[in-house]
Design a protein around this ligand. Structure first.
Ligand SMILES: Nc1nc2c(ncn2[C@@H]2O[C@H](COP(=O)(O)OP(=O)(O)OP(=O)(O)O)[C@@H](O)[C@H]2O)c(=O)[nH]1
Ligand SMILES: [Mg+2]
Length: 195
């Protein structure tokens, strides 16, 4: 008998009738966001140089994946093609949807441009309603501050009921906090199953 730690992916734990696929044992962080919000800069910051880019099977859509050590644990990080909604319109969105729903990442890191928060929150709500384990990253905080927009991160976190962090991916501001919250979130979701 092996003792195995893993995250179910929906924030809840149970042990009955549980089947774990082999490729689900490695924890994944899937980064999502609409175009040009900084997902690739965040992906590069988390993974460093260990990156492979491959076509999603049966499509021409490129998906970058790499390794990251977060709070002492190895993760596979995936930079998904831009998406606006869980209802897919483009091939890119279909690929991202299937990464989120079929590959069951331990964490979905939704990156938004904090200047345009209102336009980007509908996807956050879709992810939460779908029961997906979501962390919200308010990126581009530098431009947001220059534009005179104030975002109450704590309040947003309380209202949404998920972890919310603020970053400036290009300078690294907030990235340590992001790593810490990612690590804490995964640890909080882990179950111990006997298989
Ligand atoms: N000022 C500022 N610029 C940023 C920040 N994060 C990313 N950028 C810049 O925004 C642009 C887009 O960043 P990417 O990481 O390529 O964004 P993306 O979401 O991967 O974009 P696509 O893959 O093309 O959809 C780049 O020019 C980055 O240098 C940030 O926090 N502040
Ligand atoms: Mg990109």
């Amino acid at each position: 008998m092996h003792t195995l730690s893993f995250g179910r992916g929906d924030g809840r734990c149970h042990g009955e009738g549980l089947r774990v696929k082999k490729d689900n044992l490695r924890k994944k962080v899937s980064i999502v966001g609409s175009s040009n919000v900084g997902t690739s800069v965040i992906f590069n910051s988390l993974t460093g140089a260990y990156v492979t880019v491959s076509n999603s099977p049966g499509t021409t859509v490129n998906v970058a994946s790499g390794q990251a050590t977060i709070e002492g644990e190895e993760f596979e990080v995936v930079d998904t093609p831009g998406m606006y909604s869980l209802l897919p319109i483009s091939e890119e969105e279909r690929v991202t949807r299937s990464i989120l729903l079929e590959e069951k990442p331990a964490v979905i890191l939704q990156v938004v441009d904090a200047k345009n928060l209102e336009r980007m929150l509908p996807l956050t709500l879709h992810l939460i309603e779908a029961g997906l384990p979501t962390i919200l990253d308010l990126n581009m905080m530098d431009e947001t501050e220059v534009a005179g927009i104030e975002v109450d991160v704590k309040r947003l976190e309380e209202e949404l009921g998920i972890p919310v962090v603020a970053t400036v991916a290009t300078t690294g501001r907030g990235m340590e906090n992001l790593r810490r919250r990612l690590g804490e979130y995964v640890a909080s979701q882990s179950c111990v199953a006997q298989i």
